[in-house]
Every structure is written in structure tokens, then in C-alpha cells.
Design a protein around this ligand. Structure first.
Ligand code: HEC
Length: 222
């Protein structure tokens, strides 16, 4: 009896995790249309802050957490508690993607994506990283221009920008490549060099490296 309950609890957790993984990707254009309801108080681009918090430049995750906290009564504001009831999961994903792409008037509490300088800066850093890697004998030609588009997309999504990563998961993407510790370490080293060349502040640099370090197990030795 006890173990049957445990099994059903585990299945329940499995379903929860699977549905989280399947959560619909947000669409910024849809979000823009849906944001008309919000513009009166938050501004057309989510930058109005005199009556509310800034929505522009928040990561989709941060945005979804805030809306869900209002929706589920963990956070209180009469207007937002009512308005959030009308937002389905897809609406929250679309709106989150829309606001994530709006340039914030202040970087305070903005996503790492904006604190790194937004899409242009991230794309330029990836171009430079690929250039540096291709010239680095420690990399054994591992990083090719073919990684460019997916790498940009992945960094944009991972830093809370308005992108959905459409590539394969890290383990699948590196299967059969036998990437070594040394090659992974050299990539980190090159990334630090590029971030320093782009004058990325220490805090943002550490946040970005902190996003990449946990991928090691899925990249090395696959
Ligand atoms: C009538 C005014 C009004 C409208 C319309 C409105 N909001 Fe708000 N919203 C507020 C206020 C005020 C707050 C700040 C509440 C607080 O801090 O407790 C807020 C806070 C939020 C926050 C939390 C921000 C954060 O980082 O803490 C989110 C997210 C949000 N609103 C989303 C929306 C969305 C999405 C819509 C449109 C569907 C919307 N709001 C429409 C007044 C409004």
C-alpha cells in the first residue's frame, strides 16, 4: 500500500516534469497583441514604473513567476490578482517573450541578456568566441561556424532573452564527439577572454559562466 502510494507520487512528479518540459514556447508577436490590456498601467513597452514594477527586459521566467504568484494568491495586488486569473499558460509565455525583448529603461532587475547588452552584444560575442576557438590549437577544430546560429539562440534563451532554443539538448548534441576536459576548459578560458575584451563586468561574467559550468557533464566524454 505504502509503496503503491510512493509509485503514484513518483508518476505524478514525472508527469509534472514532463509537462514543464512541454510547456508551450512563447511567441513575442502574440504577446505584443495580448499586452494591449496591460499597456494602460505598464506602458506600451512595459517601461512605465510609477504605479508598478518594470516589465520590460525581465526574463520570461521571472515574468511567469510573478504572474503565477498573483494568480495563485502568493502575492497580493487587487488588480493583478484579478487580471492574472484571465491569463492561461500560453498567454503568460507569449507576454513573457514580448516583455523579455523590450529594451528596459533601467538595467536594475533586468535579465542577464540585457545586462550583457542585448542581442547585438551577445551575437558579436559568439562570433568572436568562434573566431578565437578556431585559432586555438587546444580546441582541435572542435568549434565550427556551424555552431553559430544555435549558440546565439541558446545564449539568448539561457540569459533570459526573447529566444527559444530550438537545438538538441547538450548531451545529444555532443554524443560521439568525445570532447575532453581540456577542450571544455579551453572553451571556458576563451569565453573569459572574449568577455573581458567586451568589458563585461565581473558580476555578469560570473552569472554567465555559472550558466555554462553545469553543462560540463553533458558535453565532456559523450
Ligand atoms: C490597472 C493597472 C494594471 C494593469 C491593467 C495591469 N497591471 Fe500588472 N501591475 C500593476 C501594479 C500596480 C503592479 C505592482 C503590484 C505589486 O508590486 O504588488 C503590477 C505588477 C505586475 C507584475 C509584477 C512585476 C514584478 O516584477 O514584480 C507583472 C508580471 C504584471 N503586473 C503583469 C501584468 C500583465 C501581463 C498585465 C496585462 C495582462 C498587467 N500586468 C496589467 C498594475 C496593472
Amino acid at each position: 500500500m505504502k509503496s503503491a502510494r510512493l509509485v503514484s507520487a513518483l508518476i505524478g512528479i514525472g508527469i509534472l516534469l514532463a509537462s514543464a518540459a512541454l510547456a508551450a514556447a512563447g511567441n513575442a508577436q502574440e504577446g505584443s497583441a495580448k499586452s494591449m490590456f496591460c499597456a494602460g498601467c505598464h506602458g506600451v513597452d512595459g517601461n512605465v514604473t510609477y504605479i508598478s514594477a518594470r516589465l520590460a527586459g525581465q526574463s520570461p521566467q521571472h515574468f511567469a513567476n510573478a504572474v503565477n504568484a498573483f494568480k495563485h494568491g502568493q502575492r497580493f495586488h487587487p488588480v493583478m490578482n484579478i487580471l492574472s486569473q484571465g491569463l492561461a499558460e500560453q498567454d503568460i509565455a507569449d507576454l513573457g517573450m514580448f516583455y523579455a525583448g523590450q529594451k528596459p529603461a533601467s538595467l536594475e532587475q533586468a535579465s542577464l541578456y540585457w545586462r550583457l547588452g542585448g542581442g547585438d552584444a551577445i551575437n558579436a560575442a559568439v562570433d568572436e568566441l568562434i573566431k578565437v576557438a578556431q585559432a586555438d590549437p587546444r580546441m582541435n577544430g572542435r568549434i565550427t561556424g556551424g555552431c553559430r546560429v544555435k549558440l546565439k539562440e541558446q545564449l539568448c534563451a539561457a540569459t533570459g532573452g526573447p529566444c527559444t532554443y530550438t537545438g538538441r539538448d547538450m548531451r545529444t548534441a555532443h554524443r560521439g564527439m568525445n570532447i575532453t576536459e581540456a577542450e571544455f576548459a579551453a572553451t571556458g578560458d576563451n569565453l573569459v577572454k572574449v568577455l573581458d575584451a567586451f568589458k563585461v563586468p565581473e558580476k555578469e561574467k560570473n552569472e554567465l559562466l555559472g550558466l555554462i559550468a553545469p553543462m560540463k557533464g553533458d558535453v565532456v566524454g559523450q
